[in-house]
Design a protein around this ligand. Structure first.
Ligand code: AMP
Ligand code: MG
Length: 402
């Protein structure tokens, strides 16, 4: 049985990025950047006003005070998007708005609340205070210098990064190609939801669950029909999946029962098993294999085992296939509000509920078929073998609903 970290590192060293494609910024959210982008412009693009107010020469207001205001002559107005043709000379000012380019000669902006129009003379303004050089001015290039890296390759693009790229005039990026991933569920007991249940049958839930997780991993899921527990059916379904997709995720049929055919079927079509069984709970029978350039991730059938192994072992692979720098799950730290005990001899990824101040409780029963506690959970805590973590212990929580 492999240790989890060893299993992850074997998977990550087997998979490769799949290449890239051009994507418009509007389609870029959540896509992994395949090549870093350098800024074609300075940001701000030009010196501009940070306020609605007046562009001035700060030297003109060096002696202004409430008791001894200074007057300046208003010589023009520049709306955002316009440019002032002339230049500010001594004793003059220009009306500006947030984002207006700084007129030549002006070195500061006085906010309009600090200037008093002269009721007798519309072209005269009174200033009751001094202003520092550069005050209320956004300088060209102070945010980003032309040529500087806007977003490094390997980032999964966020709204903020997309805003930065758009502001620099970038309209398209090189995005990593998204892996197309077949999603198969094996088990003769399984019935599609929406269909009538006959005795001994259960509704299938793993494909819908993994589909939800896979969409957030940036993969393109391809849902395959249910696969009954026969070698022929399993082999036919796997063969089609391997031929059509970059990777195949199956659920069920990888344990030691007489109806567990998936490993045999995968080998029968020329696939090689890289490893089987990991020292974790739930999820021990997880399998990883490859057939040429295509990869197979065999999740155990119990829904909680399928979720945990997908998150710990498949999600990183899908991220690496997109060249993503970050392959692990988001984490937070919190404090146990009650003990979490793992008497077993494998690490137990226990379902927990973390509240808004970081207090952690068990999400309920930890049996690997129990879905109510899975639905209640918003995190997993990795509890070492033969360990009881006491109430009050600070622990790290893995999240998947991010
Ligand atoms: P297996 O890994 O095939 O031995 O399945 C383990 C348990 O998970 C059995 O109780 C199965 O009925 C159940 N199971 C397997 N696949 C699914 C699925 N896709 N949806 C719901 N339950 C499943
Ligand atoms: Mg089965």
């Amino acid at each position: 049985m492999l240790e989890l970290e060893e299993a992850i590192s074997r998977i990550l060293s087997a998979v490769r990025p799949l290449g890239h494609e051009m994507v418009t910024l509007r389609e870029a959210a959540g896509r992994v950047l395949a090549e870093s982008v350098a800024s074609p412009v300075d940001l701000p693009v030009f010196d501009n006003s940070a306020m609605d107010g007046y562009g001035v020469r700060s030297a003109d207001l060096a002696s202004a005070s409430a008791g001894n205001p200074s007057a300046l002559r208003l010589i023009g107005k520049v709306a955002a998007g316009e440019v002032f043709k002339g230049a500010i000379e001594a004793g003059t000012c220009v009306r500006l708005f947030t984002g207006s380019p700084m007129p030549n000669g002006a070195d500061a902006v006085v906010m309009q609340e600090d200037a008093r129009p002269d009721p007798a003379r519309p072209d005269r303004l009174w200033f009751l205070d001094t202003v520092k050089t550069g005050e209320n001015v956004r300088l060209r290039g102070e945010d980003v210098k032309r040529g500087a890296e806007l977003v490094p390759a390997g980032n999964r693009l966020t709204a903020g990064q997309i805003a930065l790229l758009a502001a620099a005039g970038v309209s398209e990026i090189k995005a990593a190609r998204r892996p197309r991933v077949a999603l198969l569920a094996t088990g003769s007991e399984l019935v599609e939801s929406g269909q009538p249940l006959s005795p001994g049958k259960i509704y299938e839930n793993n494909r819908a669950m993994i589909l939800a997780l896979m969409k957030r991993s940036g993969a393109i899921p391809e849902i395959f029909p249910l696969v009954p527990d026969t070698l022929e059916a399993t082999q036919a379904a796997l063969e089609k999946a391997v031929n059509e997709c970059d990777a195949v995720v199956t659920s069920g049929g990888v344990s030691v029962g007489e109806y567990d055919f998936v490993k045999t079927a995968f080998e029968a079509l020329g696939g090689e098993l890289s490893f089987w069984k990991i020292s974790i709970k739930p999820g021990k029978p997880f399998v990883f294999g490859r057939a040429g350039k295509r990869f197979w991730f065999g999740l155990p059938g119990n829904p909680v085992s399928a979720l945990v192994t997908f998150l710990l072992l498949v999600r990183p692979a899908l991220a690496a296939m997109q060249g993503a720098t970050e392959t692990s799950l988001p984490k937070s730290t919190g404090v146990l509000a009650e003990p979490l005990a793992n008497p077993g001899d494998r690490r137990h990824f226990m379902r927990v509920v973390v509240d808004e101040v970081g207090r952690i409780r068990s999400a309920g029963t930890q049996a690997s078929h129990s879905l109510s506690s899975l639905a209640a959970a918003n995190g997993l805590v990795d509890v070492p073998p033969r360990t009881s973590l006491p109430a009050g212990a600070a622990v790290s929580v893995l999240h998947w609903e991010w």
